[in-house]
Each structure stands twice: as structure tokens, then as C-alpha cells.
Design a binder for this molecule. Structure first.
Ligand code: NAD
Ligand code: MLT
Length: 541
């Protein structure tokens, strides 16, 4: 008999399924914390939770009984995945169950803002009949900016189109053709949409790139009277900037469902005119909760009774022996994916060419590792070997692979080619020794660069003084250079070249601008990769 613990409130339909499942017995224990939580978990084979319980390393470490935790919902921020992986616990989620409800919440908040719903009702409760004060605005004919065109973003788009709104969308993983089919005018940067939109809604995960995505400089570019909605994750809008924007009249309304710190019962925004806030209710509908509960129970019972793993966010479908033999190349593939995402966003298609001895192995998992690297920064769900290719497909990014058994310059190598609407980039990686990932070619330039840490990549004319000049600027801005590689076009001097520096710290935007201003430099960008030896949780031994 497998024992299951339900750690947060779960819809009755899910509990009924648990009760009916053969070979499963369950207990509901909500509100557990600390030692109570840690100790109770040791008595169960599987757990189901929502966002209430916190499953951090101190709770999971040393648990040799628990095999799986299923999150009834999308975000697994409340579960420490590396700790779960280390403890051999599969973490699964239900990515689509609450999509429609959250999209409806975003639309509800947009309409509520437009028609002053909350303050108008409040005025009635306070005995006032104030029709003039609450003049609203119509959404039909207005422009909505949608940042993040994944599951929820696209559901919002479909609903806003039915409200006769014009849609400007931004998502680095959406192609122009697909956007056009969906009725979205795709822009290339968030900045491009800002002067045009009457409303903005965000539907991205919270990442380094999306934190403070809308801050003071972005507000300045917007129309006076813009209205902002966030049902994704707190921190994407800078809350202090929202307060300033409301005070100055730049912003007419802010609607939030999510906050930097949750629970949040005290915010300078609460009570300000033009603000409507809800306590993280996006997924709080009977339908969404039923769906995520039923899906979560299905995932857990399937796993416990048949070993099937679906929607896993932390495990690789590999047996330990294969993982060990491929670990170096899995690492290169993953890093090459992250590198290519940094070289060029908006991939429409990818081609991977495996060459040499590596073609005798299971290159499918290498392809999955590359895909995971390519998407990792952009998606809310953790991308791993299990889910990466499916996520590429869902985003309409075509993936092709080729194997060539001849060795070329290295005994094994993999080349990644990504194509966008405008351009194609190509990079080749290999492993030196057992575990040293290297970039050996980029866009036709041969080189030997470390694929780790902070990379500064610049294209330049191959004339004297470039490396020295870049080095001097780095020095002036206090950035230490760890390694350096230069590749020449067709290996001929005095043509064009690419330089790659491994820096000890990310250069400031001023330092980068100084480098870009050098006469012989045509482009410069920074790409952050994991430090050498840092592997994603699903690749750790
Ligand atoms: P998803 O993974 O399907 O979509 C996220 C999209 O964001 C992807 O298409 C990705 O390409 C895009 N993206 C990533 N970085 C970007 C950037 N810098 N700029 C523009 N686009 C970027 O996720 P989803 O299921 O649609 O969920 C979206 C968000 O909503 C997540 O943060 C999720 O945790 C949150 N959520 C909130 C609630 C709620 O109750 N309020 C409920 C469900 C989900
Ligand atoms: C999610 O990640 O699924 C949402 O934020 C909703 C929730 O936590 O209930």
C-alpha cells in the first residue's frame, strides 16, 4: 500500500480520486511546518501540495521514503528542486490546469480598473451616490500590450481580441508568423510597445530578465493614463515605481494579484486611488482547483503504481550509467543552448549536428539538454531533459538533428545552428578531457573559449590594439579578465575577428558602452553561463 499525504487544501474531486485509487491510502495534514512537517513526510511515499507548504532543503534532506511531490498548480517556487533531486524525489506539476482561470483574472482586473469597480462599490457602502467621480474608460478600440505569450498570455490575447482590443505582444520565443496567425502585432522589444499601449499585462516567470521589467525608465516611455496588470509573479513591476507613477498621474491604474513578498497585507499601493489588488486569486476558481487537483492525483497515483513520470520538473529520464558516461557532453549541450539563447533570441528553428564518436551514444538526450539550455531563462516551468523538446514544439520552434560519424577536428563535437526571421548563428562545442566544456567555433570563426561564467563577446576588425583596448576598459571599470580567446575569419590576419573574454564579474552597462564605442568594434554583448562545474539539478550525480 502506498501512503500519500495532502499538504494543502485540495479540491474534493481530487480527494475522491485518491480515495478510489487502488493500492493508495491518504491522509490530509495541512498547515505543517518545521520538524512536524519534516517528520510526518518521512512516513509517506508521495505528497500533493499547492503553494502553502514550503518544502525547503531542511525539510526534504534525509528523507529516504518520499518518492514524489506533485504541485497542484504551475509554480514550484515553494519546493526546493535541487534538494528534492538530491533526495531522489521526483517533483511534478500541473502546468495547464489553471491557465484559463488566471487569464480570466487578468481580464477581470483590466475591466475592474477601467470601470473603477472597487472604489465605486466602496462609495456606495459609505453612503455616497457619486456617478461623476467614477467615469470609466471603454476597452474596445484600446491597445493592450501583452508581455509573455505562453499559455496564460495567449489565453489573455484571445479574450482581449474578443473585447475588440488591439494587441501588441512581446515574447522572445514567438515567431512573427505565429503571432500574426493569433492576431498579435509582435514587437521586438518591450520598449517598442510602451508608447503605443493603453494597458499592459505581464505573463512571464520572474527571472533576472523580467525582475523590474517595468520600472521608472519604462514608465517614462508610456502614455499618460496607462493601466498596468500583473497576475504573473510579484517583482516584474517595480512596486515603488508604481506608487510614483500613480502619484504623478502618469499611471491611471494598477491591478495586482501577486506581490514581491507573499502573503502581503501591507503595501504602499493598498488604498491608493486607481489601485485594485487581490490576494493571489488567479487560480482560485472551482474549475481550476478541480482540474489541478484531479491532474495532480492522476500524476501521483500513476507514478506510485506504474513508475510513469509526466510533467516532471527535476528529473532526467536516464539510468545512472548512461548519465555518467554522457555527463560531459550533456553539460556542453546545455551550455551551448544557453549560449545560443544569449547570442540571439527569437529562434524559429534549430539544427544540431553531432560529429565523431559521440554519434555512437544516445544523442536524443543531448538534444534535450541543448533545448533545456536554450529555453531555461525564458520559461516559468523548470526545463529539463524530460520536458525541453515538448516545450520547443509548443513554441513552434522547429528542431532538426544530424549525425556524422567522421571526426572533423575533434574526436567528438556538436554544432548548433539557430535561425530567426533575420539571421542564422552557428556555434560548435566540445569537451576537453572528461569535463571541460569548450566553444571551438562561432559563426565560422575558429577559437578555443571556455563555456562558463560571464562571457564578453565582441566582433571587431582584426587590427592591433583591440584586445589591449578592451582590457584597458575592463580594468578602468574594475572587471578582471580570467581567459581570452580570439577567432579570425578563415584564420587570416587583418580581416574580421571575434573576441571572447571570460570575466570575473559582469561589466556595467557603462563599461559595455565604452567597448562598443571603440572604432574597430562592431558589436559587444555579455552572456552569463553557469560557472565551471555547476550543473543543473537534473544533471547532478
Ligand atoms: P509559460 O511558461 O507557458 O509562459 C511564459 C512565457 O513567458 C513564455 O512564452 C516565455 O517565452 C515568456 N517569457 C520569458 N521571459 C520573457 C521575457 N523576458 N519577456 C517576454 N516574455 C518572456 O507560463 P504560464 O503558464 O503562461 O504562466 C505565466 C506566469 O503566470 C508564471 O509566472 C506563473 O507562475 C504565473 N501564474 C500565476 C497564477 C496566479 O494565480 N496569479 C496562476 C498560474 C500561473
Ligand atoms: C501557480 O503557480 O499555479 C499559481 O501562482 C497559482 C497558485 O499558486 O495557486
Amino acid at each position: 500500500m502506498h501512503k500519500v499525504i495532502v499538504l494543502d487544501d485540495l479540491a474534493q474531486e481530487g480527494l475522491d480520486l485518491l480515495a478510489a485509487a487502488e493500492g493508495i491510502e491518504y491522509e490530509i495534514c495541512t498547515g505543517l511546518k518545521g520538524d512536524d512537517l519534516r517528520n510526518r513526510l518521512m512516513e509517506f511515499d508521495g505528497a500533493i501540495c499547492r503553494s502553502g507548504v514550503k518544502l525547503m532543503p531542511d525539510i526534504l534532506e534525509g528523507n529516504s521514503r518520499l518518492k514524489a511531490v506533485v504541485r497542484a498548480g504551475v509554480g514550484t517556487d515553494n519546493i526546493d528542486k535541487p534538494a528534492a533531486t538530491r533526495a531522489g524525489i521526483v517533483v511534478m506539476n500541473t502546468p495547464a490546469g489553471n491557465t484559463l482561470s488566471t487569464a480570466e483574472q487578468a481580464i477581470t482586473l483590466m475591466m475592474g480598473l477601467s470601470r473603477n469597480l472597487a472604489p465605486a462599490y466602496q462609495s456606495l457602502c459609505e453612503g455616497r451616490w457619486d456617478r461623476k467621480k467614477y467615469m470609466g474608460t471603454q476597452v474596445a478600440g484600446k491597445t493592450l500590450g501583452v508581455i509573455g505569450l505562453g499559455r496564460i498570455g495567449l489565453a489573455v490575447v484571445a479574450r482581449a481580441l474578443a473585447l475588440e482590443m488591439k494587441i501588441l505582444g512581446y515574447d522572445p520565443f514567438m515567431s512573427k508568423e505565429r503571432a500574426q496567425e493569433l492576431g498579435i502585432e509582435l514587437v521586438e522589444t518591450v520598449d517598442e510597445m510602451l508608447p503605443e499601449v493603453d494597458y499592459v499585462t505581464v505573463h512571464t516567470p520572474l527571472t533576472n530578465e523580467t525582475r523590474n521589467l517595468i520600472d521608472m525608465p519604462q514608465l517614462e516611455k508610456m502614455k499618460t493614463g496607462v493601466r498596468l496588470i500583473n497576475c504573473a509573479r510579484g517583482g516584474i513591476y517595480n512596486e515603488a515605481a508604481m506608487v510614483e507613477g500613480l502619484k504623478s498621474g502618469k499611471i491611471a491604474g494598477v491591478a495586482l494579484d501577486v506581490y514581491e513578498e507573499e502573503p502581503c497585507t501591507d503595501s504602499p499601493l493598498f488604498g491608493m486611488p486607481g489601485v485594485v489588488c487581490t490576494p493571489h486569486l488567479g487560480a482560485s476558481t472551482e474549475e481550476a482547483q478541480t482540474q489541478v487537483a484531479v491532474e495532480a492525483v492522476g500524476l501521483l497515483t500513476d507514478f506510485l503504481t506504474t513508475g510513469t513520470i509526466r510533467h516532471a520538473v527535476n528529473v532526467a529520464p536516464l539510468d545512472p550509467k548512461t548519465l555518467e558516461s554522457l555527463r560531459g557532453y550533456l553539460d556542453v549541450a546545455y551550455r551551448l543552448g544557453m549560449f545560443m539563447a544569449g547570442v540571439q533570441s527569437g529562434a524559429k528553428s534549430c539544427r544540431l549536428i553531432y560529429r565523431g564518436k559521440i554519434t555512437e551514444s544516445d544523442t536524443k538526450v543531448l538534444t534535450a539538454a541543448f533545448s533545456a539550455g536554450l529555453l531555461q531563462q525564458a520559461l516559468s516551468a523548470e526545463v529539463n531533459l524530460v520536458n525541453a523538446e515538448m516545450m520547443l514544439q509548443e513554441r513552434g520552434i522547429a528542431l532538426a538533428t544530424e549525425s556524422r560519424s567522421d571526426m572533423g577536428a575533434f574526436s567528438s563535437s556538436m554544432t548548433a545552428e539557430i535561425t530567426t526571421d533575420q539571421t542564422t548563428h552557428r556555434a560548435t562545442g566540445t569537451v576537453f578531457g572528461q569535463s571541460m566544456p569548450r566553444l571551438v567555433a562561432l559563426d565560422g570563426y575558429r577559437m578555443e573559449a571556455y563555456l562558463d561564467g560571464c562571457l564578453l563577446i565582441f566582433t571587431h576588425e582584426d587590427v592591433p590594439g583591440i584586445i589591449g583596448g578592451v582590457g584597458t576598459i575592463c580594468g578602468q571599470h574594475g572587471v578582471n579578465i580570467g581567459q581570452m580567446a580570439v577567432g579570425r575569419a578563415e584564420e587570416q590576419p587583418r580581416g574580421h575577428a571575434i573576441g571572447i573574454l571570460n570575466l570575473d564579474a559582469e561589466p556595467s552597462s557603462e563599461a559595455l558602452e565604452d567597448i562598443r564605442q571603440m572604432a574597430a568594434i562592431s558589436s559587444a554583448k555579455v552572456i552569463q553561463l553557469p560557472q565551471a562545474g555547476d550543473l543543473p539539478s537534473w544533471l547532478q550525480g
